[in-house]
Design a binder for this molecule. Structure first.
Ligand code: PLP
Length: 380
C-alpha cells in the first residue's frame, strides 16, 4: 500500500488537468509573441486562461502575471516593491516560507536604507496583530511592505487577511500575502480583501509544477524582475509556459467546482486523525492550533521521545506512507524547522507534518494510524 500524506509539499495532478494539457502539447507550439496564426492561437489560449484565473479571484485580467511558480512570484513582490514602489521597510515574520524570509533578509543585507522587522507570534503560533500594529505605528514615517502568509505551510495557522489588509490601509502600507498553500483551497475576492499582492503555485492544488501567478493590484506599478522580452505586459520577460498556464487554469477550475465537498472531506480526515492519535499515542501533542483557524489540509504532530526519534519518517516510508518532517523545502538540511523553532516548539521532540488532499481516504488514515500504533506500542 502506498499512501501519500505530503500534499503541502506537492499534490498529484488531476486527470482533468493532464487531459487539458495534452492537446496543447500536441497542437499549440506557436510562440505567443509571434504575429502569425500559430503565435496568435497560443496568445489567445493564454489570454483566455488569464481571464479565467482573474475571474476566480475577482481580479481584472491585467492584474494577473503568470510566473514560474510561488518562489518566483514571492521574489517579484519583495524585490519589485523595494525597487519600484519606494518601500524602505519590510514587516514579515520568521515563520514565512524561505521564498519570502530569505529574500527579505538578502535585500536588507544589500540595501543600507532598507529596514526589516519581524512580527511576533502568540503562544499558539498565530501572528500577533498587536505587535504588527506596534511595528506599523513605530515605523509610520517609512513606506512599509507587509508580507505575511495566508496559512503557514508547516503548521497550518491562518492569518485574518481582511483584518491585516485594513490595518495596512490605515498605515498606508503595501500588503502582500503568500497564498501558495491556500489558493485552490479557499475562495478569494481580491477586491473585497483590498489586498495589493497575492501569490499562487499550481502544484499545490493538483496542477503542474513550475507555474503560478502573481496578482498585482492595478494601482501598483512594478518593473520586471526578469528582464528581456515584453511578455506579460512588460512585467515578466520570457516565452510563456503555455502548457503550465493551461494546467494551472484547469486546476483552479476543478478545485473551485467542488470546493465545499473537498473541504468537508479533508477537514473530516484531519479531525479524525487528531482524535485517533490522541487515543493511540500517549503524550502526543499538536504544533500550531489545528482545531482553531487552521488550514484544513495540514496537521503538524509532536510525538513523545523514543529511541526511534530520528527514524520516524523513515519507518513510515518503509511502510509506504509519505509524510514530511517539516517543510519539504528544508529537507536535506539538519537545522530543523525554522517555523517550529520560531514559535517556541520543543525542538527535542520529533515532529511530523501530515498533509491531506481530496484524494486521501479514511481507509488510508486508518492504515497510517495502525502503523503509528504499532510503532508506538512497542516504544512508549
Ligand atoms: N510559499 C509557500 C507557503 C509554499 O508552501 C511554497 C512551496 O512549498 C512556496 C511558497 C514555493 O512555491 P514553488 O514550489 O511554486 O516555488
Amino acid at each position: 500500500m502506498k499512501i501519500y500524506l505530503d500534499n503541502a509539499a506537492t499534490t498529484p495532478m488531476d486527470q482533468e488537468v493532464i487531459e487539458a494539457i495534452i492537446p496543447i502539447m500536441e497542437n499549440n507550439f506557436g510562440n505567443p509573441s509571434s504575429v502569425h496564426s500559430f503565435g496568435r492561437s497560443s496568445r489567445a489560449i493564454i489570454e483566455k486562461a488569464r481571464k479565467k484565473v482573474a475571474g476566480f479571484i475577482n481580479a481584472s485580467p491585467g492584474e494577473i502575471v503568470f510566473t514560474g511558480g510561488g518562489t518566483e512570484a514571492d521574489n517579484m513582490v519583495l524585490r519589485c516593491a523595494v525597487q519600484d514602489t519606494g518601500v524602505t521597510h519590510i514587516i514579515t515574520s520568521a515563520t514565512e516560507h524561505h521564498a519570502v524570509i530569505d529574500t527579505a533578509e538578502t535585500l536588507t543585507k544589500s540595501l543600507n536604507y532598507l529596514k526589516l522587522s519581524l512580527v511576533k507570534h502568540d503562544d499558539k503560533g498565530y501572528v500577533d496583530l498587536d505587535d504588527l500594529i506596534r511595528l506599523l505605528e513605530k515605523n509610520k514615517d517609512r513606506k512599509t511592505l507587509v508580507s505575511l502568509m495566508h496559512a503557514n505551510n508547516e503548521i497550518g495557522n491562518r492569518l485574518p487577511l481582511k483584518k491585516v489588509s485594513n490595518l495596512c490601509k490605515e498605515y498606508d502600507a503595501i500588503f502582500h500575502s503568500d497564498t501558495v498553500q491556500t489558493m485552490g483551497h479557499y475562495t478569494f475576492d481580491v477586491k473585497e480583501l483590498g489586498i495589493d499582492f497575492i501569490t499562487c503555485s499550481a502544484h499545490k492544488f493538483h496542477g503542474p509544477k513550475g507555474v503560478g501567478f502573481l496578482y498585482i493590484n492595478e494601482n501598483i506599478q512594478i518593473n520586471p524582475l526578469i528582464t528581456g522580452g515584453a511578455q506579460e505586459r512588460n512585467v515578466r520577460a520570457g516565452t510563456e509556459n503555455i502548457m503550465g498556464i493551461v494546467g494551472l487554469t484547469k486546476a483552479m477550475e476543478v478545485a473551485y467546482r467542488d470546493l465545499e465537498e473537498h473541504q468537508n472531506h479533508v477537514q473530516g480526515l484531519k479531525t479524525y486523525m487528531i482524535a485517533q492519535l490522541k487515543e493511540i499515542i500517549p503524550r502526543v501533542r499538536f504544533n500550531g492550533d489545528p482545531k482553531g483557524d487552521s488550514l484544513y489540509t495540514v496537521l503538524n504532530v509532536q510525538f513523545p521521545n523514543t529511541d526511534m526519534d530520528e527514524m520516524l519518517l523513515y519507518n513510515l516510508d518503509i511502510e509506504g506512507i509519505a509524510v514530511s518532517g517539516g517543510s519539504a523545502c528544508s529537507s536535506g538540511s539538519n537545522v530543523g524547522s525554522h517555523v517550529l523553532r520560531n514559535i517556541g516548539c520543543d525542538m527535542t521532540k520529533p515532529a511530523l507534518r501530515f498533509s491531506f488532499s481530496k484524494y486521501n481516504t479514511k481507509e488510508e488514515i486508518d492504515y497510517t494510524l495502525s502503523i503509528m500504533k504499532e510503532l508506538f506500542t512497542v516504544k512508549v
